[in-house]
Design a protein around this ligand. Structure first.
Ligand code: DX5
Ligand code: ZN
Length: 216
């Protein structure tokens, strides 16, 4: 059963409390929080203080996606702020296993992410050390971008590898995912669909959650 992790970047920050409550009421159990440093990606979002605020507003699992050039400097700050999983990019740490250990030593789960132009084969040897693989289907930095279809091939290759090696890594996809492509994304092997604009842009959020839950 696939599920949606709403990306809070797509929420109306003037009504953050209501948006978070509405996501919880729609039946999600995970929120995706995008942290951008204006260096690894050409945008700046928010930091640990907002993560802490969201943690107070929600019982959901907080999946923190670090789009930072030096993510390891902030692992602890985000865990203290309520992160339940921390994901960073293979692009900044081509040998990421030591960082997975650091994250797990802080008592949370670890994820590794790849951009659309990163050959998926590069991340496969490290998957045994990670709880999540976050495959980007847009170039990170902004919500509301168009889905890059080539990422489906990476999702498929990674999920086949995970299956054939008996790993437990969960494949997530992030960027441009919506009601129109959710089914094929799940068919390719993604179990968690990060959705920003598509989730917060729809009035019937519960229906979208149900739609995705029907896919496997
Ligand atoms: C992109 C972020 C995504 C983004 C998704 O840099 O990592 O999580 O918020 O937003 P949508 O679903 O609008 O593409
Ligand atoms: Zn993200």
């Amino acid at each position: 059963m696939a599920k949606i992790a709403p990306s809070v970047l797509g929420a109306d920050f003037a009504r953050l409390g209501e948006e978070i409550t509405s996501a919880d009421k729609a039946g999600v159990d995970t929120l995706h929080l995008d942290i951008m440093d204006g260096h690894f990606v050409p945008n700046i979002s928010y930091g640990p203080a907002i993560v802490k605020t969201i943690d107070k507003l929600s019982d959901s699992f907080l999946d923190v996606h670090l789009m930072l050039s030096e993510p390891e400097k902030y692992f602890e700050a985000f865990v203290k702020s309520g992160a339940d999983a921390i994901t960073f990019h293979l692009e900044v740490h081509p040998n990421p296993s030591a960082y997975a250990r650091q994250i797990k030593a802080l008592g949370v789960q670890a994820g590794i992410s790849i951009n659309p132009d990163m050959p998926v084969e590069r991340v496969l040897p490290f998957l045994k050390d990670f709880d999540y693989l976050l495959i980007m289907s847009v170039y990170p930095g902004f919500g509301g971008q168009k889905f890059i279809r080539e990422s489906l091939t990476s999702v498929k290759t990674a999920s086949e590898y995970i299956e054939s090696h008996g790993l437990k890594t969960v494949v997530m996809i992030d960027g441009g995912v919506d009601a129109s492509n959710a089914q094929e994304v799940v068919a390719a092997g993604a179990e968690i669909l990060v959705m920003g604009s598509a989730f917060f842009g729809t009035d019937d959020r519960a229906a979208l959650v149900k739609q995705v839950a029907a896919y496997s």
